[in-house]
Design a protein around this ligand. Structure first.
Ligand code: URA
Length: 279
């Protein structure tokens, strides 16, 4: 029941934010709706995919119920977790093909966390998420919000590059069993950082974070979701943007990012609001 409450609350917030973006200042709300909205949830929030009747992940406490760490403790805990992840050998097939484990990059003080799918060839070589072509586009998107890569945290659902047997080049999507095996790492990263907002880049990242969805990324994007109380904005993966240069798709991603900026109380300039307006 509490899942449905948060699902509706997030959908309402998303809807109100998109109205505000379109310049709407006031909405009519009946006293009954207002009173229902103001009731606190009886239990803690968990991952609640919109458009889904059942939760895919078992009840887990809210991320903000994880220990509150000082800045130094966060650094130390993340460094220890990184050491453990770098030594991970849970998936034989990935261990035998990876160059290195790609743990994550950015600041543990980040309010905003990006979750991608899995390292590609460039990331496997460099040991850092999103350094290839898709990564350069992600960096541009981050910078368009007036943030920098080192002011956010970037991690993937899978920490090792998915193997591509019989092929030298190319990528493949992580399999559900691989995502499930690897999930504890990103879960701990989220608990340590306790971001105010997360952006899930593409359908696979959404699935890894929130469980199998009945709604595809095209319909899901732009609609707030929640992972254990942390608001999650699903949007298109930058590599999809590279493959599909459509102005509409790029505008959608920017609208999603503006919702994120609003949720973080970041200023949005007229110039930023105007990106992708003319046409
Ligand atoms: N795509 C991802 O999802 N993650 C990366 O790190 C690179 C490309």
């Amino acid at each position: 029941m509490h899942g449905v409450y948060h699902q509706l609350l997030d959908a309402t917030i998303g809807h109100l934010e998109s109205l505000r973006q379109r310049g709407v200042r006031y909405v009519d709300v009946s006293p009954e709706s207002l009173s229902r909205l103001s009731k606190p949830a009886r239990q803690k929030n968990t991952a609640v995919p919109l458009g889904q009747a059942e939760q895919q992940r078992p009840d887990e406490p809210s991320v903000c119920d994880s220990p509150q760490l000082s800045a130094d403790e966060r650094e130390a805990t993340m460094a220890k977790l990184c050491d453990e992840a770098l030594a991970c050998t849970k998936c034989d097939h990935l261990v035998s093909t990876r160059t290195q484990v790609v743990f994550g990059v950015g600041t543990v003080q980040a309010e905003l966390m990006f979750i991608g799918e899995a390292p590609g060839q460039d990331e496997d070589r460099e040991g850092e998420p999103f350094v290839g072509a898709a990564g350069q586009l992600l960096t541009k998107i981050i910078e368009a919000t007036e943030l920098d890569r080192d002011k956010v945290y970037i991690a993937n659902i899978l920490k090792c590059r998915p193997d591509t047997p019989g092929k030298v080049y190319g990528n493949r999507k992580p399999r559900p069993d691989e995502m499930e095996t690897c999930f504890p790492w990103v879960k701990r990263q989220i608990e340590i950082i306790q971001p105010k907002v997360m952006v899930a880049l593409g359908g696979t990242a959404v699935e890894g974070l929130l469980g199998k969805m009945t709604t595809g990324i095209t319909r899901l994007r732009g609609n707030w979701q929640a992972y254990r109380g942390v608001p999650v904005m699903p949007t298109f993966h930058p590599s999809y943007l590279l493959r599909n240069q459509s102005w509409v798709i790029r505008r959608h991603v920017w609208e999603d990012m503006m919702q994120v900026m609003q949720r973080l109380d970041m200023p949005i300039s007229e110039k930023q609001r105007g990106y992708f307006q003319r046409r």
